[in-house]
Design a protein around this ligand. Structure first.
Ligand SMILES: Nc1ncnc2c1ncn2[C@@H]1O[C@H](COP(=O)(O)OP(=O)(O)OP(=O)(O)O)[C@@H](O)[C@H]1O
Ligand SMILES: [Mg+2]
Length: 504
């Protein structure tokens, strides 16, 4: 069985396999491209079109093309309804993408692919992870493991270098920013921490160019285009902003020529201007990186390598900002936009071997990498508790950074002695955080509890986190003996406070 990795990015999908020498390689898609844009175009009555062709079709009919939906994965919102009234969520879109990539890989490798390792941003919360597993399943892929994207890049790096090092993986993709601090020692990789920003990536850098161009266009032509009135202007601008950003990684000035309603503007953008427009975005990634290092109790002097991962690290300002703050020259050892996917295929080989399956390519056995990865939780998991003044907050049971898989039990008292019912609510968030600021991922009611004479910590709550970072929970009344499993059902959606659910 081939060892396959899928990196279903916000902007581009990649697939990889482990070759006969034991190294990971990208599987080109049916066009021969190494990346497939994460774009879907719908045409009534026809099979959805994926990738470059979807973007091309969508250029003329922007309302029928969907991109960046990974950002709202896990939301139950219908993003599209076809002529028959069938609605599609972001998860359904992910299914269409994964299916297209799976078919391309099968055609290229000439073998069926029904199991793979799939990468996800390190700070993906549970419902998004579950949506990834469900989307893959609907596409005919069993997820052998969900691997955090920076950890995947770390595996590719560690197997390449085989040195004992403390590595910071800085991963700036199209839609998300992730950072992990990991230690590599012999055949072991230990992830010390992973964090990031769920909605910060190359797309946000493009958006700054787009806003700038619209402002200049409006000032010059006394007309402000709007998305509703001028959708084609915006689809053209999105493409040109992306091209301008990429061009500014190589040269110091570029131009965008853009027209709307018979008027035209030529906007010159220098690298300096671009860096000024996006300074706060970059600073946010640097701050987040420094926070991650501080969380591990380390300082920059303990770090041996800064590994740059994700297409957006090709912006020269990334390297400069990190070098300035750390005194270290960051590295792109493995191609930055492929490292995550390479790591996924290598992890797949490890998983297959652990399951006792032969890892092959074209019928020939391949050497499997020998590495053990220790991961940690990227969010705290706790239980909703009521304070004397009635405020609801998170009492942590498993703090962020706990090595997984793991199980932990804690005990809680009821609010009142005469209470006969209790509600155990699983919150993903940090210690003491207000309930509304956490992600509520599951809830169970314990009923008919015998009233208590003297207060005690009688409600026992047990959380288990599996190797994919997925949570299961159990509530147990030590006095009455009631025991209830909390089956976390993401299909109804979860309350995600303070986070916008709209697609970018
Ligand atoms: N030369 C370049 N200069 C600047 N940005 C670039 C360059 N090449 C690619 N990018 C940007 O990299 C991003 C895509 O990178 P990548 O493929 O790593 O992201 P992704 O996997 O789709 O997203 P994510 O990991 O956030 O889900 C896009 O925003 C793209 O514009
Ligand atoms: Mg990515």
């Amino acid at each position: 069985m081939a060892a396959i990795g899928f990196d279903i990015g916000t902007t581009r999908c990649k697939a990889s396999f482990v070759d006969e020498t034991g190294r990971a390689q990208i599987v080109p898609n049916r066009r021969g491209d190494l990346f497939t844009p994460s774009a879907i175009f719908f045409e009534d009555g026809k099979r959805p079109i994926v990738g470059v062709e979807a973007l091309a079709e969508g250029f003329l009919q922007p309302e029928h093309v969907h991109t960046c939906f990974k950002r709202v994965l896990g939301s139950q919102e219908a993003l599209y309804a076809d002529a028959d009234g069938k609605t599609y969520t972001a998860m359904d879109f992910q299914t269409i993408l994964i299916k297209a990539i799976k078919e391309d890989v099968e055609a290229r490798l000439n073998e069926a692919v029904d199991e793979a390792v799939i990468t996800v941003p390190a700070n993906f919360k549970d419902h998004k992870k579950q949506a990834t597993i469900d989307a893959a399943k609907a596409a005919g892929i069993k997820t052998l493991k969900l691997l955090h994207e920076p950890t995947a890049a770390g595996i590719a790096h560690a197997l390449d270098k085989k040195q004992d090092q403390c590595v910071v993986v800085y991963d700036l993709g199209g839609g998300t920013f992730d950072v992990s601090v990991l230690e590599t020692k012999g055949d072991e990789i230990t992830v010390l921490t992973s964090t990031g920003r769920e909605k910060l990536g190359g797309e946000d850098f493009n958006a700054r160019i787009e806003t700038y161009v619209v402002e200049l266009f409006a000032a010059e032509n006394h007309y402000t285009p709007t998305l509703e009135a001028d959708p084609m202007f915006f689809s053209e601008l999105a493409e040109k902003a992306e091209q301008a950003k990429v061009a500014l990684s190589d040269k110091t000035t570029t131009r965008i020529v853009i027209g709307c309603r018979g008027q035209q503007s030529i906007v010159e953008i220098t690298r300096e201007k671009f860096q000024e427009l996006t300074k706060d975005l970059l600073q946010d990634t640097v701050d987040c990186t420094c926070e991650a290092i501080a969380e591990t109790g380390k300082t920059w002097s303990d770090i041996d390598v800064i590994l740059l991962v994700g297409g957006a690290v090709r912006m020269p300002a990334v390297e400069t900002a990190l070098a300035d703050v750390s005194g270290i020259s960051p590295r792109m050892n493995v191609e930055p936009d492929r490292a995550v996917c390479y790591g996924a295929a290598l992890q797949c080989a490890i998983e297959l071997e652990a399951m006792g399956k032969a890892v092959t390519i074209g019928g020939r056995a391949i050497p499997t990498p020998n590495v053990l990865v220790r991961e940690v939780t990227t969010h705290g998991v706790g239980c909703c508790v009521v304070a004397k003044d009635g405020t609801l907050s998170n009492a942590i049971i498993l703090p962020k950074g706990t090595a997984i898989p793991t199980t932990k039990t804690d005990r809680f008292a009821l609010q009142f002695d005469a209470q006969t019912e209790a509600r155990v609510e699983v919150l993903q968030g940090e210690e003491g955080q207000a309930r509304n600021a956490c992600l509520s991922i599951g809830c169970v009611e314990l009923a008919n509890l015998p009233p208590q004479q003297r207060p005690s910590k009688r409600i026992e709550v047990t959380y288990a986190i599996d190797h994919n970072g997925m949570i299961t929970a159990r509530g147990h009344d030590l006095i009455g003996g009631d025991q209830v499993e909390i089956r976390i059902d993401y299909s109804k959606g979860v309350e995600e406070s303070g986070v916008s659910q709209t697609a970018a």
